[in-house]
Design a protein around this ligand. Sequence first.
Ligand code: PMP
Length: 372
Amino acid sequence: MLPIEGATGRTVQVEGKELIMLGSYSYLDLITHPEIIKVAHDALDKYGAGAGGVRLLTGTTDLHKELERRIADFKRTEDAILYSSGYVTNMTLMSTLFGKDDLVVIDKYDHQSIYDGCILSKADWKRFNHNNLTDLERILKENREKYKRILVVVDGVYSMDGDIAPMPEIIEIAKKYDAFTMVDEAHGIGTIGPNGRGIDDYYDLSPGEVDIYMGTLSKAIPSIGGYIAGDKDMITFLRYASNAFIFSAALPPVSTAVAIKALDIILNDKERIKALQKNIHFFISGLKELGFNTLSSKDTPIIPVIIGNDVKTFKFAKKMKKEGIMIPPIVFPAVPRDGGRLRCCVMATHTEEDLKYILDKMEKIGKDLGVI
Ligand code: PMP
């Protein structure tokens, strides 16, 4: 919880010193984008500081309606619903839509909020080994007759490993066993696919191939909140049946306006997405050339650098900070024991000089600590 003394961008101020940020979810670096700041100011002037109610009563503004419509357009679905955070979105979804007689099948590396959603739901749940299609199919085959409905849930981009779910194959298997599919796109929005539109854009999926899209507004979109996008009837049902919508306050209008503008920027500023993807590929190939283990991350801004034991991981991050680079060490239980890593997050605005400087320092520290 190292306090950052100002805005998070390509660089941050920590303890009075400027550090290059290499661990932020702000992949497109939109937190201080002038158009974002302007809509935030304008929304604050017009709507004030908060919504003052839950959505079903007095908390809905025209901005909330517009954002839901924009998300639905962005994901090419019929409708979308907002929640107060990505975490809450996953928590509430599973318990609202699935219950007794149903089964939720999740990837072992799915986000904690998906696990917690399963725990809250009255449905049974099972895990399949990470990105392992054979294991997924085995579970569906063994259980199809035992349950009324089955939901398969994956992260589009895995937050600790930076790899991508093999979605076309997952959809095919799910269809074979008449199961629904859901993708958590927390890290895929604004980052993967030629237009930054996420998993469907990356694999060129047709609308409707994934049943439920879930996402957050807290990563490439520099705000707060979560959403579900999908079929109109499902979204209408969620509006009247999901507790996190009914019993929790609406997003502040400022955060809502920011998210609308961020979607505009993602759709229109193709150069920013291209710059991010160029940086991703440059950085991964640099790390690989140096001999670092980056698992199978290849097209996402989450690039894990495996260090191994916890102490060494902390030492590595500390030395990086001394060199002017902020990178969070990730250790057990967030990742498997001895899977300690630096989870590098590349941004669209990192310059080639930044990345070369980082690679240079990582080479030196990596050799000192015997990682490479
Ligand atoms: N899903 C995934 C895959 C995430 O990584 C996160 C946040 N780290 C969330 C959901 C929760 O989103 P939020 O932080 O907006 O609550």
